[in-house]
Design a protein around this ligand. Structure first.
Ligand code: DAH
Length: 349
């Protein structure tokens, strides 16, 4: 019993001097381990007279639980201290500048195509697709450009197999495909944005692969003024409401009459500048009234049906709208092509 008193005092003293988990574990071993002080003490119960055994047992148990309580309390205290130390070291400095995560966004070429698609869809046009590897029949023959015709030379076509399978040199073959497919479901209103290829040497304004946006409308009593009106809406939508348009006579095999579609220069408002080559006008598309031969080739009686068609160069539109000087910029995985386009940045000036 005497010894128990001493042990209790020693417990108190020891626990006070403990500040690490390691010391705490040693403390537990020292008192409650296999050969620990309290363990040894409790084994003395054997040599104690029977009448004192009960009291001895109770006291030993109290001593054990005092030791355990000390241990648990200290453990909590140390762990809390360690956690606080860790938290204070890991504290977040919210005044530090954040790391910028690069964000993806649509390529500006895609953006301009989507703009035109959305506008024309709101006017009842369908957006359609056509094969990029095309048959000579659709790319040329049905469009009133027979084999051996000199108009073919202008397109410098890539042939894939013999004379019949080629990489389409324009999106106009989709006109013929759509007219054949939609026979009996008139009126036809479609646009087809897509890739086209020509054997061009690549430079700042030419690329062997480029994109066109084809448009076609076939109905009864369609006239050139319908084309002009539609073009006017597109031009104002893309280049601002003060933009004016004009049609200039031109020549294409598949339209009669054929025109070039010009917009007033958005840069100088018609006064003359390098963008419009001092003319005040910028050509953005070829167009015209669908040639009677094309209508006939696709099964439409030109006395009943008429229509207009147009073909925009997508790169040209994007270059004009965003001030890109080199067409190759679009195809060089230049991330600036996806950002809100900064003219200066993209042109390196
Ligand atoms: N396909 C012509 C080209 O590549 C552009 C064009 C002109 C398309 C007149 C048309 C059109 O639909 O009617 O130069």
């Amino acid at each position: 019993m005497e010894e128990m008193k001493t042990v209790e005092t020693a417990l108190q003293k020891d626990i006070e001097g403990i500040s690490t988990i390691e010391e705490l574990n040693n403390f537990k071993i020292k008192y409650l381990g296999k050969k620990g002080i309290i363990t040894e003490l409790s084994s003395q119960i054997k040599s104690i007279p029977n009448e004192e055994k009960k009291e001895f047992g109770q006291k030993i148990n109290i001593l054990k639980s005092t030791c355990n309580n000390f241990y648990e309390e200290k453990k909590k205290e140390i762990e809390e201290k360690l956690l606080n130390e860790k938290l204070s070291k890991e504290s977040i400095d919210i005044t530090l500048p954040a790391t910028k995560i690069p964000m993806g966004s649509p390529n500006i070429l895609e953006k301009i195509i989507e703009e035109i698609e959305e506008l024309l869809m709101s006017m009842g046009y369908d957006v359609v697709d056509g094969p990029e590897v095309e048959e000579d029949r659709f790319n040329f023959e049905l469009l009133n450009i027979p084999k051996g015709h000199p108009a073919r030379d202008a397109q410098d076509t890539f042939y894939i197999e013999g004379e019949d399978i080629l990489l389409r040199s324009q999106t106009s073959p989709v006109q013929a495909r759509t007219m054949l497919e939609k026979k009996g479901m008139e009126p036809i209103r479609m646009i087809c944005p897509g890739k086209t290829w020509r054997r061009d040497d690549d430079d700042a304004t030419h690329s062997h692969q480029f994109m066109q946006i084809e448009g076609l409308l076939v109905d009864k009593e369609i006239s050139l003024s319908d084309l002009k009106g539609t073009f006017d809406v597109i031009a104002k939508h893309l280049f601002g409401s003060t933009t004016t348009t004009r049609l200039r006579p031109s020549y294409y095999q598949f339209t009669e009459p054929s025109v070039e579609l010009d917009i007033s220069c958005f840069n100088c408002k018609g006064n003359g500048c390098p963008i419009c080559k001092q003319t005040g006008w910028i050509t953005v598309a070829g167009a015209g009234m669908v040639h009677p031969n094309v209508l006939r080739n696709c099964g439409y009686n030109p006395d009943v049906w008429s229509g207009f068609a147009f073909g925009f160069g997508a790169e040209r539109l994007a270059m004009l709208k965003y001030g890109v000087k080199d067409v190759r910029t679009f195809y060089q995985t230049d991330l600036r092509c996806g950002k809100a386009f900064d003219r200066k940045e993209a042109n390196n000036d």
